[in-house]
Design a protein around this ligand. Structure first.
Ligand code: SF4
Length: 384
């Protein structure tokens, strides 16, 4: 199959839409409300709007935008710590592009750079090794964030730095593991959900088998999806079919990429470098048991959080209330009064407007008809 033709084929899309509608409408009628489906991954949020699927799907399905955007859940205090570190003399702080734009309570890393701090955008964590070699008299710190998807490349970079014996490179890691995060979300019981469209990229690393507790313990179906329209709709159809038939299972509709046991090499290197099961605080989610990681003691000389004497302490910081409400599915992005008026991708107030995977950025880019809550005079509850 060709990605750009077969997985976007109009005939297949129409057939799947008809099948989804036939299956979903009676279930929603029986429940007396739309089916509440969480698409975990921000990439799926963008796919829904980019391909206009929200306009084609029946009103009997409502999407709850999940927490699967690592930039969006990066806590304010982690950004503040990185900003304070970057402002120190002799420090070069490097990261991917998106984390640099996330606002903390004292500005973003990009603002720190504008004020003179040495902040670099890297496309790969491996580039941090070259940066450290080019700056032997400076302390280079790579600010690593992300779900299980980005952890392997950062773990490999850390191992390469260890082998190279670099003494002026450290890693400041804020990684979040998906499964404990979903389990925490369900255990908290604050969101009413009927099922999950599972993430494609994270599942490529962790596999499909790992989700079994979602069905077994929390009795929610989950179907892993790809990112093309046919991929996504096929997964959604399988999910709705489970609900219609009263089943609850983990299914994989992205088998051309996701294996049952994931990527063993990637999982091995994650486990070699990181210890999992650390209770961690995330923006919008609060403290989620077991969702974080720490660098293993064997590599603590490369861990900025344990070996960098000048690392500023983490200080509690208030999180923007509206962002928390969007992140937990209590409101839609356009129901935030700052949306599009004070908060834009060019001038983000919250992290959900920063990343290309953020729900607010998706609404901004693909739903120009959506205006801030105060302007819409109560119309906003309608549209998903
Ligand atoms: S529009 Fe901005 S402030 Fe409002 S929820 Fe989205 S990111 Fe947060």
């Amino acid at each position: 199959m060709s990605l750009t033709h077969d997985f976007r084929d109009a005939g297949r899309v129409k057939a799947l839409l008809a099948a989804i509608t036939r299956a979903a409408d009676p279930v929603a009628a029986r429940l007396g409300r739309p089916l509440q489906i969480m698409e975990v991954c921000g990439g799926h949020t963008h796919a829904i709007f980019r391909f206009g699927l929200h306009q084609l799907l029946p009103a009997s399905i409502e999407f709850i935008h999940g927490p699967g955007c690592p930039v969006c859940v990066l806590p304010v205090e982690a950004v503040d710590q990185a900003v304070s570190l970057a402002r120190q003399e002799g420090v070069v702080l490097a990261s991917f592009g998106d984390p640099l734009r996330v606002p903390g309570s004292r500005g973003s890393l990009l603002q720190a750079r504008a004020e003179g701090a040495e902040v670099k955008v890297l496309y790969s964590p491996f580039d941090a090794l070259a940066l450290a070699r080019a700056n032997p008299h400076k302390q280079v710190v790579f600010f690593g964030i992300g779900f299980d998807t980005t952890m392997p490349s950062i773990a490999c970079s850390l191992l390469a730095a260890d082998r190279a014996g670099l003494t002026n490179l450290r890693f400041l890691c804020h990684h979040i593991r998906l499964m404990p995060t979903l389990a925490g979300l369900l255990a908290a019981g604050e969101i009413s959900l009927d099922g999950f469209v599972g993430p494609g990229h994270v599942s490529m690393v962790i596999g499909s088998r790992v989700y079994q507790p979602i069905a077994g313990r929390y009795h929610k179906p989950l179907v892993i999806a790809g990112f093309e329209p046919v991929d996504f709709l096929q997964a959604l159809y399988q999910l709705i079919l489970q609900l219609a038939e009263g089943r609850c299972a983990i299914e994989n509709a992205y088998a051309r990429v996701v294996a049952a046991d994931g990527n063993p090499a990637a999982l091995k290197v994650i486990d070699q470098v990181f210890e999992s099961g650390v209770d961690s605080h995330w923006r919008g989610l609060g403290t989620v048991p077991g969702s974080g990681v720490r660098v293993r003691d064997r590599y603590r000389h490369l861990d900025a959080s344990t070996s960098l004497a000048s690392l500023p302490p983490i200080e509690a910081a208030a999180e923007p209330t509206w962002c928390n409400a969007v992140l937990t599915g209590r409101i839609k992005p356009h129901q935030c009064p700052l949306f599009r008026r004070h908060c834009t991708p060019q001038n983000p107030v919250g992290a959900l407007m920063v990343s290309s995977e953020g729900a607010c950025a998706a609404y901004y880019q693909y739903r120009p008809e959506q205006v801030p809550a105060e302007q819409s005079q109560g119309k906003e509850a309608s549209s998903d």
